[in-house]
Design a protein around this ligand. Structure first.
Ligand code: ADP
Ligand code: MG
Length: 699
């Protein structure tokens, strides 16, 4: 068996492969393009394409694809063969620079939120040379952006790259002001921790709700849930261990730095974390990771559930987005420095993030809003829907001292920073852990915990990068025109802190008292549902910021608003239809059948001994009949609501109506159906129960 270093990245056309296979000249041109985004000379592109093709064919590839991330949230690919007829009746394998750089998939069925009405219908894909090409199965995958002919982004990668550029541009301005002349580039990095559930594939196949919607729409509570906390970090069972080993191997071949794996809080819930990388690559890798997770599960007779809330009553799954900004000279800008000046620079970046999160909290919330994530945010498990920032006691005390212009008590040295304080040297890694905060500082990075497990991390990072970039722009504008840098900086930081400290909160984010304080006293947003949250995209203040940073155009933003809400509506309507189908085709017939069997049993007993009371049977038949009637009434009400909703076409109104009228009907139906489950004999219940799904395979 090959060792990990031998197999790592073996399916990636990475730097090692390029260096070994390209001529020095082509390699250097390619590196320039990757680093600075300079366009590739067609000759160079041809040389790269030829080399890529040879490498891919040697690894068994027969096709290539422009791999892109449309607004559906998953990735898309259309395979094209390398084969081309040769005059002698055979074939040759062809792949040109032109095919590498640009593709024109007939992709007119992807959601465009009206963008295509005004632009060319097809859209085109353009190579993103900053993310390496790789082989999946027999296909060479080329990471690409997806745009309309008018240049409007139809995907998630394009705005992400733009937001990274915005952050680079504005952060460089700040660094220059601090006298950093050697830094050429600032980039943001992300390490996304991915949570997921594993269930047995055969059981999965028996549940229409899991098949159609990825989550259970019915299911009574099992006797045991997660109350004993015995699963979190528990011993990994052999079947899961085998899955994880296989998964790691597949991910490593694709150059994905899968590093940490453990059991999560809920039964059969697990987590995988890679080592962090540049946001663009981390995003591509996370999309690939989700795909490979599902593929590998199949091999093990398992099904990997990436839904945010597959089971009611136990924890849902999220994706912790660990985020930091660093220079190309290797300095993490969110790491406290050694000298007072470095510390001042650290404080500036820290305070800029705080201001950005406060100013654009609604946008951050919107960036993670989906029908699935609505079940999670605001429930007693994930971060609440209220965005706040956790800094830990020490850093909070430092900022308080700064704000009051007092020396910080914890300072070991008497050196003064900005005339008032020095940061203690031991600051690094001393922050406490707070699992309830949506946005926590963890020593040298921020952890944004609101992202849903099935979401692409692109949206969250687009908003985060843009918001921070724009705050840095504001700071740089002020500092650049100042004659007294130190004094202006001092005033700027204190001013920002005073204006935005309401977002800082170190306490328990799950606490009801906090939600009360956050909304009533501090005036923070509590956007509980997707229709509430999406409005942030159209807020003039937010639109102006995103336009100013050239991350989105107004049309692009409006299209995203439409698409996200459309997705919300469709998702819930599918869930409701699935519930109706399961109720009529499975649940009601099963309850009726069981009821009849009980009645028949009682009849037989009475035929033998006419005086028998048969109280148990009579009572049960009565209860089940009443429940059946209630179930029937509920499903009818649900269907009636669906019919009414089908007449609403305006997307904002529809999303609100779905939230306010359809979701409650779904909850009512579920409640009575779950009650019937509890009273129906196991052998009659038409699909696997929570207990079956959560326990039987792994115990
Ligand atoms: P925990 O669950 O304790 O928060 P994990 O080890 O599961 O920690 O995940 C932490 C994630 O943060 C990993 O993906 C790690 O690579 C990432 N990370 C570490 N340092 C940085 C950094 N400077 N910038 C971005 N991500 C980072
Ligand atoms: Mg973790």
């Amino acid at each position: 068996m090959k060792s990990v270093p031998e197999t790592f990245g073996s399916l990636v056309f990475d730097d090692r492969t390029m260096k070994a296979r390209l001529t020095g000249e082509v390699y250097r041109a390619m590196k320039q393009t990757m680093k600075k985004g300079q366009p590739l000379d067609p000759k160079v592109a041809n040389a790269v394409a030829t080399s890529m093709r040879d490498w891919a064919v040697e690894h068994g590839a027969t096709h290539f694809t422009h791999w892109f991330q449309p607004l559906t949230g998953v990735t898309a690919e259309k395979h094209d063969g390398f084969i081309s007829p040769a005059p002698d009746g055979g074939v040759i394998m062809e792949f040109s620079g032109k095919e590498l750089i640009r593709g024109e998939p007939d992709a007119s069925s992807f959601p465009s939120g009206g963008l295509r009405a005004t632009f060319e219908a097809r859209g085109y894909t353009a190579w993103d040379p900053t993310s390496y090409a790789f082989i999946k199965g027999k296909v060479l995958c080329i990471p690409t952006a997806f745009c309309s002919y008018g240049g409007e982004a139809l995907d998630k990668k394009t705005p992400l790259l733009r937001s990274m550029e915005a952050l680079n541009r504005e952060a460089l301005r700040i660094l220059r002001l601090f006298g950093n002349l050697d830094v050429q580039h600032v980039s943001c990095s992300v390490g996304p921790e991915q949570e997921y559930f594993l269930v047995d594939r055969e059981l999965y196949k028996k549940r229409r709700d899991l098949i159609y919607t990825g989550r259970t729409l019915f299911g009574a509570k099992p006797p045991k849930g997660q109350e004993l906390d015995d699963h979190y970090f528990g011993v990994i069972k052999p079947r899961v261990q085998a899955y994880m080993e296989d998964l790691n191997e597949e991910l490593w071949k694709l150059g994905i730095l899968a590093k940490t794996e453990h059991n999560e809080v809920a039964p059969c819930q697990h987590e995988l974390a890679p080592i962090y990388s540049t946001t663009n690559i981390a995003t591509d890798h996370n999309q690939l990771t989700m795909e490979i997770m599902q593929k590998v599960a199949e091999k093990h007779g398992l099904m990997c559930l990436l839904h945010e809330k597959p089971f009611a009553g136990v924890n849902g799954s999220g994706k912790h987005n660990n985020w930091s900004i660093a220079t190309d000279t290797g300095v993490n800008l969110l790491s406290p420095g050694e000298s007072p000046y470095e510390n001042a620079q650290f404080l500036l970046f820290l305070i800029a993030v705080i201001e950005a999160v406060d100013e654009y909290a609604d946008l951050l919330r919107a960036s993670v809003a989906t029908a699935g994530n609505d079940h999670r945010l605001g429930a007693n498990e994930a971060p609440p829907a209220v965005v706040s920032v956790f800094l830990g006691d020490e850093l909070t005390a430092v900022l308080e001292a700064l704000e009051k212009e007092e020396p910080y008590a914890g300072t070991e040295k008497s050196e003064m920073m900005l005339g008032v304080l020095t940061l203690p040297r031991f600051l690094r890694d001393t922050t406490d852990r707070n699992r309830t905060s949506p946005f926590a500082f963890t020593g040298n990075k921020f952890e944004f915990r609101m992202v849903g497990s099935s979401n692409s991390i692109a949206c969250a990072n687009i908003m985060l990068n843009s918001a921070v970039a724009d705050t840095l722009r504001k700071f740089a504008d002020e500092l650049e025109k100042s004659a007294d840098f130190d004094a202006t900086l001092h005033a700027l930081l204190i001013g920002s802190l005073k204006a935005h400290k309401r977002i800082l909160f170190n306490g328990n984010g799950y606490d009801d008292a906090w939600i009360e304080e956050a909304t009533k006293v501090r005036g923070l947003h509590n956007l509980r549902t997707t229709p509430d949250a999406m409005k942030a995209l159209l807020e003039p203040k937010n639109m102006e910021m995103l336009l100013r940073q050239k991350v989105y155009s107004e049309t692009e933003l409006r299209s995203r608003y439409e698409i996200m809400l459309e997705n919300y509506c469709k998702t819930i309507v599918i869930e409701a239809n699935t519930m109706a189908e399961m109720t009529r085709k499975e649940i009601l017939p099963a309850v009726t059948k069981y009821c009849a069997a009980v009645a028949e049993g009682a009849g037989k007993k009475r035929a033998l001994v006419p005086t028998l009371p048969c109280a148990y049977e009579t009572g049960l038949v009565e209860k089940l009949s009443v429940l059946s009637d209630q179930i029937e009434k509920s499903v009818e009400a649900l269907e009636g609501t669906l019919v009414k909703l089908s007449t609403v076409s305006e997307i904002t109104a529809l999303s609100e109506a779905i939230r306010d009228t359809l979701l409650p009907k779904m909850a009512e139906l579920r409640a009575v159906a779950d009650e019937a489950e509890v009273m129906t004999a196991k052998e009659y219940w038409p699909f696997p129960t929570y207990g079956d799904l959560l326990y039987t395979v792994f115990r």
